[in-house]
Write a protein that binds this ligand. Structure first.
Ligand code: DQQ
Length: 534
């Protein structure tokens, strides 16, 4: 990591240079993880989109391969946009992706590996039947994209959904096929909404409380759609015979705002890891600096740390946690136990590389009867976080971490909790405050906030933050609410960066345990040019 590049990450996935956006078609195949992603081979801004391709044995270290799919044919000459992989009978992977055709229409195409016995799947062949799906009838050619992983019903017929917007309704158009080539549009979409606008990158999959890929009675289906720069999800029961999806609550229903992440996290996609029997979520984390900064840096965009996804015990929300494998990068462990944090207390966690770290802390809470009561009109967590702030005083909180902080604290990103009383229950607010993250001007410094659903009997709360130079991914209450932020400190870079724990609430909280580690660099190998065959 050079002085000139203080914002490149050490263990978050990124290409050697240029623009990256959505993760595409992640999969586990013959012992190898594959990640494709939206990539501009020619610059640091969005454009010339192709599918770049990288592989890994552990989702931590990566090898960049040559791009898998490039614009080349009338059905994708203006761009190879997002899509997904599906395993066909016999275990052969197939990619469905959106092509931008000669007329700039969005169409759906198929590509298959040239050689299925190559675990690296270096070469992909586009189907002679492309385009498979075209925007006919009432489908808007500009709003028809991002096919999901397909699934088979009990009748062996394939189903796939494609994101769209028709007559103002955001929706997932449903198609069925017997042979994966000829697709017939279902009369009804899988689901639609008046409140969302266009659905980008839909995702639809079973989850359960344990890692069984939904192969149990109490599983639910997740439907995710990307809109308003956010990834929203809903839960429901899916009836495969009729393709009815009966939702528990709908997108943007009052009092429900279920998102994977309440910060910077978009166009995500999951895949089922058949090796470790778990569902894994990836997302694009975009820059929040300016375009001229990106051009100067020569790159733009990160991928989140892959997260495992489970259904919570209440079956009302998802629980996310960084994949276990990332822990192999932990080094230089520092720990504290049973430390009381009184009013206005702040202390430095020294002994780690705070610009490249993993921190886990568990707080014991005071008697919450004394918590400030929450005005019933305060319903917007993001606004609440902005109004309350990390340096404001409260009763229970704000308490939490100051990450990527400079020595004098002029630069700091505060990740913290505030707890309020409402009727005979309480409300937990989680915030990630970027407003003081950098002395630099012209950066996005939005303050993010989320409510954390907690049982009123719980008297403790945990926080984990993955800190990596210009990204902070935080997991509140064991992964019940997550907030990811991008920050660009001027002072708090490399060894100048510090980590603190603080409590600005008048009631004391107690650190029952804190573990922090420096993180080693992931090994990311550059593209290997292939030798021409003789
Ligand atoms: N990014 C892709 C689209 C998708 C959008 C284009 C979401 O397929 O809808 O790069 O970020």
């Amino acid at each position: 990591l050079s002085r000139e590049q203080p914002y490149r990450t050490a263990y978050h996935f990124q290409p050697p240079k240029n623009w990256m956006n959505d993760p595409n078609g992640p999969m586990y195949y013959k012992g190898v993880y594959h990640l494709f992603y939206q990539f501009n081979p020619y610059g640091a801004l969005w454009g010339n989109i192709s599918w770049a391709h990288s592989i890994s044995y552990d989702l931590v270290d990566w090898v960049h391969l040559e791009p898998a799919i490039n614009p080349s044919d009338p059905f994708d000459i203006n761009g190879c946009w997002s899509g997904s992989t599906t395993f066909l009978p016999g275990g052969k992977p197939a990619i469905l992706y959106t092509g931008i055709d000669l007329k700039n229409r969005q169409v759906q195409n198929l590509a298959v590996p040239k050689n299925v016995s190559d675990p690296l799947l270096r070469e992909w062949v586009k189907s002679p039947h492309n385009p498979l799906l075209t925007p006919i009838d009432d489908i808007d050619p500009q709003n028809f994209r991002d096919p999901t992983t397909a699934w088979q019903g009990p009748d062996r017929v394939w189903r796939v959904i494609v994101g769209s917007k028709i007559n103002g309704l955001g929706m997932a158009i449903l198609y069925r096929s017997r042979d994966f080539v000829e697709w017939i549009r279902s009369e009804n979409p899988l689901h639609s909404s008046t409140k969302t606008g266009m659905w980008e990158c839909p995702d639809f999959y079973p989850v359960s409380v344990n890692n069984t890929n939904g192969e149990e009675k109490f599983s639910k289906h997740v439907l995710k759609a990307s809109f308003h720069n956010q990834d929203h999800y809903i839960l429901g029961n899916y009836v495969p015979m009729t393709d009815k999806f009966e939702v528990d609550t709908d997108f943007l229903d009052e009092g429900f705002d279920m998102r994977y992440d309440y910060g910077n996290f978009y166009a995500s996609k999951t895949f089922y890891d058949s090796g470790k029997k778990r569902r894994i979520l990836w997302a694009w984390v975009t820059e929040s600096d300016g375009e001229s900064d990106d051009i100067e840096k020569g790159w733009s965009g990160l991928q989140s740390i892959p997260r495992s996804v489970l259904l919570s015990g209440t079956r009302q929300q998802l629980i996310q946690w960084p994949i276990k494998e990332i822990e192999k990068l932990r080094t230089n462990k520092v720990s504290f136990h049973d430390k009381e944090l009184n009013d206005g207390f702040i202390f430095e966690v020294s002994g780690i590389t705070a610009s490249q770290a993993d921190v886990e802390v568990s707080f014991d809470l005071p008697n919450l009867d004394e918590a400030e009561s929450l005005d019933p009109n305060w319903v917007d967590p993001q606004l609440l976080c902005s109004q309350k702030g990390a340096s404001g005083r409260g009763r229970v909180g704000p308490f939490g971490l100051l990450v990527l902080a400079s020595k004098d604290l002029t630069e700091q990103t505060a990740v913290f909790f505030l707890i309020f009383r409402r009727h005979d229950n309480y409300v937990v607010l989680m915030c990630s405050d970027q407003s003081r993250s950098s002395l630099r001007e012209g950066l996005g410094k939005t303050i993010y906030g989320a409510f954390v659903s907690m049982d009123h009997r719980e008297r403790k709360i945990s926080l984990r933050s993955l800190i990596d130079h210009s990204i902070v991914e935080s997991f509140g209450a064991d992964g019940r609410s997550c907030i990811t932020a991008r920050v660009y400190p001027k002072l708090a870079i490399h060894s100048e960066s510090r980590l603190y724990v603080f409590n600005n609430g008048t009631l004391s909280v107690r650190i029952s345990s804190l573990n922090a580690w420096s993180m080693k660099r992931a090994q990311i190998f550059p593209m290997q040019k292939r030798r021409k065959q003789q």
